[in-house]
Design a protein around this ligand. Structure first.
Ligand SMILES: Nc1ncnc2c1ncn2[C@@H]1O[C@H](COP(=O)(O)OP(=O)(O)O)[C@@H](O)[C@H]1O
Ligand SMILES: [Mg+2]
Length: 263
């Protein structure tokens, strides 16, 4: 049986889809069979982030309506053969798809994967319910900003209404230079405010929105180490968290920090 993890946040634009895609890549690099399930229906973008948007033939609505079988809708990643994507619908027909539908789809393919990562839409309405319903674990994504932390906290409360057995937070877009200068909310305070386990910290990294020439998610960038640690921690509870401040320490680090401030 696969571990079924929903990646959620409440607030939009904090990096749920990015983290879902990258965590999928890094778990598959560890040798696991991973399915990325895009539950952000109508505003799908996991296929775009994965460079698979041109290959979509069928999507989750086709599976639910019986137009195709689940396996026909799955797209295999060209770089990581144990990584698959089940795309969401391009048109907004979400009202027809319920949490129960998503669960039925997952039940059909559960045995073929080690991990099913469900990318949740923003908000706490029907789309949230649809994405969370079939999950047994949750990753709550926050950025170091009060509005994001407040929304994520609400989501943690709502998760209590579902069969979520374990949950943790990932702090995304952390800036090591601002952390050291005390201009960004620190990790401890976020963890304390949220009151749930810290699974990982991902640095602000310009490479995140880019792709390599062969359509691959960038893996030779700063965030790569952070995602490797996150994948290991999710898998075996290693508790190793990426330190965003390391390159800003010492004399050279001090200079880097100041250069960054002036650009
Ligand atoms: N760690 C990061 N560093 C830099 N940009 C990031 C990072 N995480 C996400 N982004 C960018 O932020 C934007 C929103 O991310 P996305 O994953 O689509 O958010 P969500 O799914 O929560 O709406 C995207 O343009 C993405 O490339
Ligand atoms: Mg998204």
């Amino acid at each position: 049986m696969a571990r079924k993890i929903v990646v959620t946040s409440g607030k939009g634009g904090v990096g749920k889809s990015t983290i879902c895609a990258n965590l999928g890549v890094y778990l598959s690099r560890l040798g696991f069979r991973v399915l990325l399930m895009d539950a952000d229906i109508g505003l799908n973008n996991l296929d775009v982030i994965m460079g698979m948007d041109k290959k979509v033939l069928f999507d989750i609505t086709d599976v639910v309506s019986g137009k195709c079988r689940v396996r026909q809708a799955l797209l295999q990643d060209q770089n990581y053969p144990s990584l698959y994507l089940l795309p969401s619908a391009h048109t907004y027909s979400s009202s027809k798809i319920t949490g129960e539908h998503v669960k039925n789809v997952i039940d059909t393919i559960d045995h073929s994967f080690d991990y099913i990562l469900i990318d949740c839409p923003a908000g706490v309405e029907a789309g949230f319910h649809r994405a969370v319903y079939a999950a047994t674990e949750a990753i709550v994504v926050v950025t170091p900003h009060l509005s994001s932390i407040r929304d994520a906290d609400k989501v943690v409360g709502l998760l209590g209404e579902y069969k979520i057995e374990s949950k943790g937070i990932v702090i995304n877009r952390m800036r090591g230079d601002l952390l050291l200068s005390g201009e960004m909310i620190d990790i401890e305070s976020i963890v304390k405010a949220m009151g749930i386990t810290l699974l990982g910290v991902i640095p602000e990294d310009d490479a995140m929105g880019k792709m390599s020439a062969d359509g691959r998610i960038m893996t030779d960038c700063e965030s790569a180490r952070a995602f490797t640690l996150l994948a290991e921690n999710v898998h075996n509870g290693s508790k190793k968290i990426y330190d965003c401040t390391y390159k800003y320490r010492g004399l050279i680090g001090y200079m880097k920090r100041n250069i960054k401030k002036h650009v």
